[in-house]
Write a protein that binds this ligand. Structure first.
Ligand code: FCB
Length: 444
């Protein structure tokens, strides 16, 4: 297939982070605790018992970080807002310094010619709300919409791109079915209920955004999982179909007014979300774009009639042990376009962890694996554009090494290296590669 020579001149090039992973200052200037503070301080949850108390200290170092971003040449920075910095109790009294922090960050970015892209929820639910039932409680959806509207009001003049939820799959399933993420529960049926309440929160928020005529575009970031069949055999094809339903259609269909896939209520005894009249209409608010987070694609085999599992492959892997499959990104983008009316899509995360080490004099990190990973995924984007996918931008995960959830600081995803003892930032070779790629591959 012929590759596009360049990306369109208005293509958005960015990097992404999330509040708990980079901010630190967990107890400063009125921030309330979140479920990630609690979860990471509970023994056994995080590798090496690490937590995000300090992380990259971006709360205090944001000016230096924005300077680096300017050097990188990106035109957008995706970051998330810590709900408990704005509402320490989840609702009620606003914490003014929290608002000020994000206003200052936005101003700093805008001055550097970088558009802020704000994620409203990247997994850090205020602990005060968890104590009232968290996402298992429908009221949390209402509190979220309230919080979101406060942010629209306060930052609306500075922000043109909004993301309601990041990866609801993770909040629901990893948080409530496998227990790998906060709040650490292990009940599949609860996880589906949580997903419904998260989607309700999303819908209520988009509705308020429209009704309030706020600035900019609004969407959601999904980590769709759509495995390919491991072989041509009927059983592997069936496995891939089940994978598509559970990992992609479950998340896409309700947003496009198609409800939850029927297959789930027919075949999964755990699937019984509490749906009230009107909920599905609220969830299906028209979106301006779909955000796609893509890291890997798996090969499916059947485990039993209703379940698939990933087959271990010979494919080259990242430090997360994830197969490197750039063609999977093209396949997924084309699938979204063809099945959901060619919506605008932003890749809101893509990147890789590798074993990064510094040169002897601590000035350089030759992360050529990451460069190869990025380059092949940029080509996958070009292939998708060739096939008429409405792809508008790309955010690299991540701008900086950070707190990688249950893996603590053991996995480095950044194009900027962080010495977590000194907070020194050292641009990796991939930083310069990304800078040059953006400059050279943009149509004038
Ligand atoms: C995604 C998360 C992000 C980061 C990357 C590696 O699932 O959204 O915060 O941890 O994985």
């Amino acid at each position: 297939m012929k590759e596009l020579n360049k990306f369109p001149s208005d293509f958005v090039w960015g990097t992404a982070t999330a509040s708990y992973q980079v901010e630190g200052a967990f107890n400063d200037e009125g921030r309330g605790l979140s479920i990630w503070d609690t979860f990471s301080k509970t023994k056994g949850n995080i590798l090496d018992a690490q937590n995000g108390d300090t992380a990259c200290n971006q709360y205090y170092l944001y000016k230096d970080d924005v300077k680096l971003m300017k050097k990188l040449g990106i035109n957008s920075y995706r970051f998330s807002i810590s709900w408990s910095r704005i509402y320490p109790e989840g609702f009620g009294e606003i914490n003014k310094p929290g608002i000020m922090y994000y206003k200052n960050l936005c101003d700093e970015l805008l001055e550097a010619g970088i558009e802020p892209c704000v994620t409203l929820y990247h997994w850090d639910l205020p602990q005060a709300l968890e104590d009232k039932g968290g996402w298992r409680n429908r009221d949390t959806a209402k509190h979220f919409a309230e919080y979101a509207e406060t942010v629209f009001r306060e930052l609306g003049s500075k922000v043109k791109m909004w993301i309601t939820l990041n990866e609801p799959f993770c909040s629901a399933m990893l948080g409530h079915a496998t227990g790998e993420h906060a709040p650490g529960m292990k009940n599949q049926s609860t996880a589906y209920k949580v997903l419904h309440n998260l989607y309700l929160a999303h819908g209520l928020t988009v509705k308020r955004f429209r009704e309030g005529n706020y600035n900019g575009q609004i969407g959601i970031s999904l980590n769709l999982d759509r495995p390919r069949p491991s072989s041509d055999s009927q059983s592997d094809q069936r496995a891939a179909e089940i994978g598509e339903i559970k990992g992609s259609r479950l998340y896409m269909d309700p947003l496009f007014g198609r409800g939850y896939p029927q297959w789930l209520s027919q075949n999964d005894p755990d699937f019984s979300p509490e749906i009230e009249e009107g909920d599905m209409q609220i969830i299906a608010q028209k979106l301006d774009f779909i955000g796609l987070n893509y890291y890997t694609e798996q090969a499916a085999v059947l485990r039993d009639d209703n379940n698939w599992e990933a087959q271990i492959t010979e494919i080259e892997k990242t430090e997360m042990n994830w197969d490197i499959v750039p063609e999977g990104l093209t396949r997924l983008l084309v699938w979204i376009s063809e099945n959901y009316g060619n919506p605008e899509i932003y890749i809101t995360e893509n990147g890789a962890a590798f074993k990064d080490t510094l040169s002897d004099d601590n000035t350089r990190c030759k992360d050529h694996d990451r460069i190869n990973y990025l380059q092949s995924h940029f080509s996958a984007c070009k292939n998708a554009l060739e096939q008429s996918v409405n792809l508008k931008g790309y955010y690299l995960w991540s701008f900086i090494d950070n707190f990688e959830w249950a893996y603590g600081y053991t996995k480095r995803f950044g194009v900027t290296y962080v010495d977590f003892n000194t907070q020194e930032r050292i641009p990796k070779d991939s930083f310069y590669f990304y800078r040059d790629y953006i400059a050279e591959n943009r149509e004038k």
